[in-house]
Design a protein around this ligand. Structure first.
Ligand code: PXL
Length: 259
């Protein structure tokens, strides 16, 4: 039941009909964490647990209008972005975050799908780096994305630390790099400009769809609930790990997280 004490959390992201990733995964996560989910789709995809078939952008006018109509009514306690796809969308979102003074902004800088399909325009990463990162409370790239934004591939913990420092130089308050795909161990690393905090866990066997979406959505929910960034990191990590452990094979492809 919703009451006036409820926190509202907005996701601006792509639609994934399988619900494993994207907007639908964000809303499932918000609901599980006890916050009220608002959502603005940026693109529609045709996809299943087996992969992304195509991406269809919504018009800029529609994305801007969705933002204005919603934000003139409800100012969320936190928000996150997922798949933005076009440079125009990135610019529009940056403009609205400034215009409405939105806070607790978490960026999951989505660039490719787990199956290797491109989820952003060629110039997208540069525009995200220059226009969106400076507005963020937290950014949550995985090691592949961190490599795209810094221009240097990440292979070990040392590379991760170096990348976190460089990424923070682009303007976000805190950087959290997720290292589930690291060779040596599954480790996530936070850097807030003062210190590092790394959280490690046993690697889980199998392929999972939407881990980055669920993790960043859980952090966003925690910020809305008033946790500080380190507490949000620890809670979101535990939440995501449990959801991965209990992941369900709803289709023929990757398992989806059981949030
Ligand atoms: O996991 C990244 C991601 C985010 N958003 C949407 C996606 C995917 C991956 O497939 O489809 C809509």
């Amino acid at each position: 039941m919703i009451n006036s004490k409820h926190k509202t959390v907005l996701t601006i992201a792509g639609s994934d009909p399988s619900g494993g990733a994207g907007l639908q995964a964000d809303i499932r996560t918000f609901q599980a964490m006890g916050v009220y989910g608002l959502s603005i789709p940026t693109v529609l995809t045709a996809q299943s647990t087996e992969g992304v078939h195509c991406v269809h952008e919504l018009s800029m006018d529609l994305i801007s209008e969705q933002l204005d109509v919603l934000l003139q009514d409800v100012l969320p306690d936190a928000l996150k972005t997922g798949m933005l796809y076009s440079t125009d969308t990135v610019r529009a979102v940056a403009g609205k975050v400034r215009q409405y003074s939105l806070h607790n902004f978490v960026i999951d800088p989505v660039t490719v799908s787990s199956t290797g399909v491109r989820l952003i325009e060629e110039q997208g990463p540069d525009i995200i780096k220059n226009h969106l990162f400076p507005l963020a409370r937290v950014i949550t790239p995985n090691i592949y994305e961190a490599g795209v934004f810094t221009g240097k591939e990440i292979e070990d913990e040392g590379d991760m630390k170096e990348a976190a420092v460089r990424l923070r130089g682009f303007g976000p308050d805190t950087v959290i790099i997720t290292g589930g795909h690291l060779k040596e161990k599954a480790m996530d690393l936070l850097f807030d400009g003062k210190e590092f905090l790394s959280l490690e866990n046993e690697r889980l066997e199998g392929e999972f769809h939407g881990t980055g979406c669920v993790f960043s959505a859980a952090i966003t929910a925690c910020l809305a609930l008033g946790y500080d960034v380190k507490e949000a990191f620890i809670k979101a990590k535990g939440f995501t790990y449990t959801a991965m452990k209990n992941a369900i094979p709803i289709g023929k492809g990757m398992k989806v997280l059981n949030v």
